[in-house]
Design a protein around this ligand. Structure first.
Ligand code: PLP
Length: 411
């Protein structure tokens, strides 16, 4: 870091400012986490220099014998961690992983069935502004109005009516467990592939805190940077039958050279996730999410679907009279970072929203417990309902962070 500071003080200052930003607030963004120093070390390594198009032992560049070892380790650890036949650790992101998985299974114009964005699905699940919505004929399912849970009857009806080639389960803002057996049954009934986009819950699955989708899906795509606590990136698991198709779709169809520093960092993260401490971490993430959700509910901030089984909750703010966008701003002013989010059947547009999404991967990595999460819930409530008390909330936030400081040195 000293070298960077001398050579490029502007960027060095940005790194320091970001560290200070993170240290100065409570991070409740459900899709973020704090990677370990070991993961950061791999990311900041000379492996970033190496071109390695292809796969271990089958590269299109010389000098790959060392990075091959990193990729083999990442693949072996991913297979062991998730009990998968095959793993591809090269996707640069969750979106790239989905693009590659669709490319492996579909042709442009084919029909796929996936969760609607306003009900918790991801952009890559068929949004019109995304490649998925432009290149495929997308049919969307959602959650029921009364239970706010996935409507499996609707999924089956739509599958029978539209005969999709691919069914996607998984979401970006769905707080409950997904019934993979139901999805598998529907996919088998209509002869569709089943893709589980586990970007969000994969870390909890790695730690064994929730049931895994791997035994049920033909393909599992995921991100490595959320509850899993690895570097920013993506990965794909699949059956032996699809291994060749998935590999060819990632390279050369979608990507060129893999980011070998990120691949090495993924291997480090998978190694960390195999340890008993990580299993304990994932259980605490969920306990903390439940404590936070309960605390918010006490003060009239209703959890969509009545609660959470995972690391995140979607909160309906309509009883407070404050929009999601305004709540996001008010919390930021009080030192709490979270994001606005549409709730199912939201009367407000995505830029405003009636809800917020909260998650506990970061605060749990910092060591906060359920009692502290109850207090965080009360602080969110005060910040949203009483913006005049932002300074007071900020002081409590600082007190909590003084005990649970992320990153002790300048990484
Ligand atoms: N799929 C789901 C369900 C996600 O939640 C996300 C990201 O939040 C992605 C895919 C895309 O991941 P990335 O942002 O790494 O492209």
């Amino acid at each position: 870091f000293g070298q960077l500071r001398r050579q490029d003080p502007e960027i060095a200052q940005i790194l320091l400012d970001e560290l200070e930003r993170v240290r100065g607030g409570i991070q409740l963004i459900a899709s973020e986490n704090f990677t370990s120093p070991a993961v950061l070390a791999a990311l900041g390594s000379t492996l970033t220099n190496k071109y390695a198009e292809g796969y271990p032992g089958r590269r299109y560049y010389g000098g790959c014998e060392v990075v091959d070892r990193a990729e083999r380790l990442a693949v072996e650890r991913a297979r062991e961690l998730f009990g998968a036949d095959h793993a591809n650790v090269q996707p640069h992101s969750g979106a790239s992983a989905n693009l590659a998985a669709y490319a492996a299974l579909l042709q442009p114009g084919d029909t796929m069935l996936a969760m609607a964005l306003p009900h918790g699905g991801h952009l890559t699940h068929g949004s019109k502004v995304n490649f998925s919505g432009r290149w495929f004929d997308v049919v969307s399912y959602g959650v029921r109005r009364d239970t706010e849970l996935i409507d499996y009857d609707e999924v089956r009806d739509l599958a029978l009516r539209h005969r999709p080639k691919l069914i996607v389960c998984g979401a970006t803002a769905y707080p409950r467990l997904i019934e993979y057996t139901a999805f598998r049954g529907i996919a088998d009934e209509v002869g569709a592939w089943l893709l589980a986009d586990m970007a969000h819950p994969i870390g909890l699955m790695a730690g064994g805190a929730i049931p895994s989708a791997v035994p049920y899906a033909d393909v599992v795509t995921f991100t490595t940077h959320k509850a899993l606590r690895g570097p920013r990136g993506g990965a794909i698991l699949c059956t032996e039958e699809l291994a060749g198709r998935i590999d060819r779709a990632v390279f050369p169809f979608v990507q060129g050279g893999p980011l070998m520093h990120a691949v090495a960092a993924k291997a480090v993260a998978f190694g960390e996730a195999m340890r008993p401490e990580f299993a304990d971490y994932t259980r605490r993430v969920i306990a903390n999410a439940k404590a936070l959700t309960d605390a918010l509910a006490v003060d009239g901030m209703r959890a969509v679907s009545g609660g959470t089984d995972t690391h995140l909750a979607l909160i309906d703010l309509r009883a407070t009279g404050v929009s999601g966008a305004e709540a996001e701003r008010r919390c930021a002013a009080a030192g709490i970072t979270l994001n606005r989010n549409v709730i199912p059947y939201d009367p407000e547009p995505a830029a405003v929203t009636s809800g917020i999404r909260v998650g506990t991967p970061c605060v749990t990595t910092q060591g906060m417990d359920t009692e502290e999460l109850k207090e965080v819930g009360a602080l969110v409530n005060r910040a949203v309902r009483q913006p005049g008390r932002a300074r007071e909330v900020r002081e409590r936030v600082s007190a909590l962070l003084a005990i649970h400081r992320p990153y002790l040195s300048e990484y």
